[in-house]
Design a protein around this ligand. Structure first.
Ligand SMILES: [Zn+2]
Length: 330
């Protein structure tokens, strides 16, 4: 068995097309579908119920909430296909891997979808969601975004971190066992979430601003905070986060770039606090890891740099599962 095949490979952030979603069990033009996951030796895929930031009024919140619930229902239904399982716990994920089946998992991106109703958090967990990304691009009523949206009336900072509702949401996520994801959240809010949370916090799709100055990356102080709380920083395959584009050109990045970002984080805070996710079908794709079928390229680059099976297993899923277990244990 190859190193890659022996590893529980978990991609913790994958978007889906909505609402004209193609069947996922056949080859599609999406970067992720079941045939590509199988070809790439990916054992688990966290699909995202993503809601773009919109108007923060009753109508906007109701529409966002309905969309998130419908997407979670759709994602769970992916796990009834032959050879797949919908997994809502680490034990289920590990059993699925042991059985040689493909795990389908879900999460919600953008706390906007809860409106002002904290009970949505427990409802999402009851639908199987494993984490909530607290913001997307644009401030919401919980926290400031790392990328404000002036078109929605955003200034640089609105809450100066988390709002009182955002602080209540952190406590409620702890209570119901929903992992806190601070990808997209402005630095002050991310640090405040780490401070308030009783359990480790994740940043599921990011990069290191020490290597590439981009508002969606996190700096060394944020990395240190993740280490201190026992959390995890997952480097993602979005080229603009990894490598600064030459003027007037789109950013381009490679497998080596993403592993460079992983290694910066590893040197700073230790391998047990670092992971990886693709953000496929949501802006992720680099040269050499352009779709799920090419996932062995990451394992090969890590092995080439001297990482062994145990370390590669930690990076692909072990660290994330440790954080997830801590979140569920409360
Ligand atoms: Zn995102």
């Amino acid at each position: 068995m190859s190193l890659h095949d022996g590893t529980l490979v978990l991609d913790t952030h994958i978007d889906i097309r909505w609402s004209d979603t193609p069947a996922w069990t056949t080859e599609t033009r999406q970067l992720v579908d079941l045939p590509k996951l199988r070809a790439g030796g990916v054992n688990g895929a966290v699909f995202i119920a993503y809601v773009a930031q919109g108007k923060r009024d009753a109508q906007g919140h109701a529409a966002a909430s309905a969309r998130a619930a419908a997407m979670l229902e759709h994602i769970a239904a992916r796990g009834v296909a032959a050879g797949t399982r919908f997994c809502a716990t680490p034990d289920a994920l590990e059993a699925c891997f042991a059985a040689g089946e493909t795990a389908v998992l879900s999460a919600v991106e953008n706390g906007y979808a809860m409106g002002h109703d904290l009970s949505r958090l427990g409802a999402w967990r009851a639908q199987g969601a494993i984490y909530l990304t607290v913001t997307h691009d644009g401030h919401n009523d919980l926290a400031d975004s790392a990328r404000p949206k002036p078109a929605l009336g955003d200034g640089p900072a609105e809450h100066g971190g988390l709002s009182p509702l955002g602080e209540q949401a952190i406590a409620e996520m702890n209570r119901v066992g929903l992992m806190i994801d601070c990808a997209h959240v402005a630095k002050a809010g991310m640090l405040r979430a780490v401070e308030l949370s009783r359990v480790p916090v994740a940043v599921t799709h990011t990069a290191c601003t020490a290597l590439c100055a981009h508002p969606r990356g996190i700096d060394d102080e944020q990395l240190d905070a993740l280490k201190a709380c026992g959390g995890i920083a997952q480097m993602t395959a979005v080229p603009a986060f990894l490598r600064t584009a030459p003027a007037g050109q789109p950013a381009q990045a490679s497998v080596a770039d993403i592993v460079d970002h992983m290694e910066h984080a590893i040197r700073r805070i230790g391998i047990e606090h670092v992971g990886i996710s693709s953000d496929f079908d949501g802006g992720g794709a680099v040269q050499g890891w352009a779709d799920a079928a090419q996932s062995p390229a990451i394992t090969e680059e890590l092995a080439r740099r001297g990482y062994g099976a145990r370390e590669i297993g930690m990076l692909w899923s072990g660290n994330f599962i440790r954080v997830w277990r801590a979140v569920l244990a409360g």
